[in-house]
Design a protein. Structure first.
Length: 257
């Protein structure tokens, strides 16, 4: 288990509003090195919005995000805090791997090129080195033989594994997964979950929004329940699923299980 002081990603008091709608209401969360934390909850509870805020894809209205104790999105200038520039935000994002519900692959690029692009465009690696690393990570997700295939030639599960390889090849400090199996047919889910379980076994730090309760039971170090933009409960899987403390958690589990 990760050490108590080895926090990789931390959120403090996150608030996010869209007009009159308050989507996040003071969310605080931390993920330690090597920890797998799974977030569950009903639709509209703010899970995906929280993940996007952590990945700096959405600005928060209040609160802070820290990566290895570095405050993100803000910098000091002439005695006051100002928002970081796009280039600075992009540098932080490259340290966090993000896998979305949709696969977000470039349709005009094959699997290998989709995995290479972050290395050549962000890391500025030469194409030969980028190709070598991309091939390594495609093999890691079981797609070495499909490197030349275009997204339209791949199943949904294979496309999602390409997306995982694309995030992993950047060697992120933490992987963020936003419902990675929700767009897949039932028979394709297992391949993606197996890749994720393998990453967890290797010690990858992971924050996963998912409705896959079996994955949460078997792989997670902690499970988090969200509802109405707030964290309701957090506990190890054995405790969370057998003796949840909060009535809202009990009601949710009674429905989904």
């Amino acid at each position: 288990m990760p050490g108590a002081d080895d926090v990789v990603l931390r959120a403090e008091g996150l608030h996010k509003r869209y007009g009159e709608l308050e989507v996040l209401r003071g969310v605080s969360l931390e993920v330690r090195r090597g920890e797998v934390k799974v977030i569950i909850g009903p639709s509209g509870s703010g899970k995906s919005t929280m993940l996007r805020c952590l990945a700096l894809l959405e600005p928060v209205d209040e609160g802070d995000v820290y990566l290895e104790e570095r405050r993100l999105a803000w910098r000091a200038r002439r005695g006051r805090d100002v928002r970081e520039r796009k280039r600075e935000l992009a540098a932080h994002r490259s340290e966090m791997g993000m896998v979305f519900q949709g696969f977000n692959l470039f349709q005009n690029m094959n699997a290998l090129e989709n995995v290479m692009i972050g290395l050549t465009e962000v890391r500025r690696l030469g194409k030969r080195e980028a190709r070598t690393q991309a091939q390594e990570f495609l093999a890691r997700v079981g797609l070495k033989a499909r490197a030349s295939a275009y997204p339209e030639e791949l199943s949904g599960g294979q496309q999602q594994r390409v997306a995982i390889a694309r995030a992993l090849v950047m060697r992120p400090k933490v992987m963020l997964f936003d419902e990675p199996t929700s767009a897949l047919d039932a028979e394709l889910v297992r391949g993606v979950l197996d890749v994720m379980a393998g990453l967890a076994a290797e010690g990858m730090t992971m924050l996963v929004v998912s409705h896959e309760l079996g994955f949460a039971r078997d792989v997670a170090d902690a499970v988090v329940m969200m509802d109405a933009g707030a964290i309701v409960e957090e506990a190890p899987p054995a405790e969370f699923f057998t003796s949840p403390k909060q009535e809202r958690t009990r009601r949710f589990l009674a429905v989904v299980e």
